[in-house]
Design a protein around this ligand. Structure first.
Ligand code: IPM
Ligand code: MG
Length: 369
C-alpha cells in the first residue's frame, strides 16, 4: 500500500522553471520505480505570479500550499520587477509564504562533496569533508519587525526604518530545532548574534543559554558574535557543526557557507514549522536571470531540496538516500553543469544533468536487484 503525497510545485522565476523540469523527471522516475505516488499541483510564485494574478503570491496558491504535504519551490526575482512596489515584488511572495505558514526554522546544509573539493575558492585541505548545517530563524527579526518604512522628514530628507525584534518563544523554538538536529549529527551548536551591540542579541544569548542548561546539557554549545562567525567560516570552517542564528545573519552567513562548497548551485534548503504544517523546500541560490532559459543552470540544488522534502515531510528517507547517492555518483563521473565545471570533466546542460541522474538512479536500482 502506498500513500499519495500531495506536492505543490512553484517553479517561480529565472532558472526556477528549468530546474523544476528536472525535479519532475525524478518524481516520474520514483513513481515508476518505487512505491511512492505523488499528486502534483503546479502554481506560480514571484514575478510570474505577479504577471498572472497581480500579486506575487495569490490567496488560492497559498491555499493549495496549505493543503499539500510539501511545497517545492524554484526561485523568485528578476530585474524586470525592480521598480514594482515592495509588497508586490517577487521576494514578497516568498516572504508571505514563509510567514503565513509560520515556517520558522530554515535548514541550510553546506556540504562539500569530495568530487567538488577543487571547485571551492578555499584550499582543499580547509574544505574537504565539510558538513555544516545552518539553522536560520525565518519568520521574525528585521525582516518582519515593526515599525518599518520610509518616512519623509519634511526637510528634503527621508528616513528608512526597520526593526529587529525577537521574543523569548521565537528564540526558544528555533533553538530547540538546532539542538535536536545537533544530537543527530556532530552534537555541537554555535549560536550567533551581536549580543555586544544589540538587545535582541543579548536576549538571544540568554534564551539559548537557558534552553541548553535545561534540556540539552549534553550538546556542546558555543556563543559567537556573528561577525566573528563570518570570519571563522573562512578561517577554520571545520570547527562548525550546527550554527543557529537570526533571520538576517542567517541570510548572510548561509550565502557565505554555501560558497565554501564551491557552488551556490548545489545547496538545498528546508523551511519547517510546527508538526503537520507542510514544509517548504527551495534551493539557496537565486533566480540567476542572466543565465535563465539557456540550459546552463545547475538543477541539483532544487533536486536536493526535493530530497530534503522526501526526508523531512514525506517520511521517505530511503528514497532520499538513493537520490543523494545518485547525485554523488554523477559528480564522481565528472558530469558537470558550467557552474561546477573543472578540467577533465564533461560539461552538460541542465537537462542532460537531470538525464544523467535518472540513468544513475536506474543503474543503482539494477545493481541492488
Ligand atoms: C534567501 C533569499 C531571500 C531572503 C530573498 C529572496 C527574499 O535571499 O532565501 O536567502 O532574503 O530570505
Ligand atoms: Mg539569501
Amino acid at each position: 500500500m502506498s500513500t499519495t503525497h500531495k506536492l505543490t510545485l512553484l517553479p517561480g522565476d529565472g532558472i526556477g522553471p528549468e530546474a523544476m523540469v528536472e525535479v519532475k523527471k525524478v518524481i516520474a522516475w520514483l513513481e515508476s520505480n518505487t512505491d511512492l505516488a505523488f499528486d502534483l499541483t503546479d502554481d506560480d510564485i514571484g514575478g510570474t505570479a505577479y504577471e498572472r494574478y497581480g500579486v506575487p503570491l495569490a490567496d488560492e496558491t497559498l491555499e493549495a500550499c496549505r493543503n499539500s504535504d510539501a511545497i517545492i519551490m524554484g526561485s523568485v526575482g528578476g530585474p524586470q520587477w525592480d521598480s514594482v512596489d515592495y509588497d508586490k515584488r517577487p521576494e514578497a511572495g516568498l516572504l508571505r509564504l514563509r510567514k503565513e505558514l509560520d515556517l520558522f526554522a530554515n535548514l541550510r546544509p553546506a556540504l562539500v562533496f569530495d568530487a567538488l573539493v577543487e571547485a571551492s575558492t578555499l584550499k582543499p585541505e580547509i574544505v574537504k569533508g565539510l558538513d555544516i548545517l545552518i539553522v536560520r530563524e525565518l519568520t521574525s527579526g528585521v525582516y518582519f519587525g515593526e515599525p518599518r518604512g520610509i518616512e519623509d522628514l519634511g526637510n528634503g530628507q527621508k528616513r528608512g526604518i526597520n526593526t529587529q525584534s525577537y521574543t523569548t518563544e521565537e528564540i526558544r523554538r528555533v533553538g530547540k530545532v538546532a539542538f535536536e538536529l545537533a544530537r543527530k549529527r556532530g552534537n555541537k551548536v554555535h549560536s550567533c548574534e551581536k549580543a555586544n551591540v544589540m538587545e535582541s542579541g543579548k536576549l538571544w544569548r540568554e534564551v539559548i543559554t537557558e534552553l541548553h542548561a535545561a534540556y540539552y546539557p549534553d550538546v556542546e554549545l558555543h556563543h559567537m558574535y556573528a561577525d566573528n562567525c563570518a570570519m571563522q567560516l573562512l578561517r577554520n570552517p571545520a570547527q562548525f557543526d550546527v550554527i543557529v542564528t537570526d533571520n538576517l545573519f542567517g541570510d548572510i552567513l548561509s550565502d557565505e557557507a554555501s560558497m565554501l562548497t564551491g557552488s551556490l548551485g548545489m545547496l538545498p534548503s528546508a523551511s519547517l514549522g510546527a508538526p503537520g504544517i507542510p514544509g517548504l523546500y527551495e534551493p539557496v541560490h537565486g533566480s540567476a536571470p542572466d543565465i535563465a532559459g539557456q540550459g546552463k543552470a545547475n538543477p541539483l540544488a532544487t533536486i536536493l531540496s526535493f530530497s530534503m522534502a522526501l526526508r523531512y515531510s514525506l517520511n521517505a528517507s530511503a528514497q532520499a538516500d538513493l537520490l543523494e547517492a545518485a547525485v554523488k555518483s554523477v559528480l564522481e563521473k565528472g558530469i558537470r553543469t558550467p557552474d561546477i565545471m573543472a578540467e577533465g570533466c564533461t560539461e552538460v546542460s541542465t537537462g542532460a544533468m537531470g538525464d544523467a541522474l535518472i540513468d544513475e538512479l536506474s543503474s543503482a536500482l539494477q545493481k541492488a536487484a
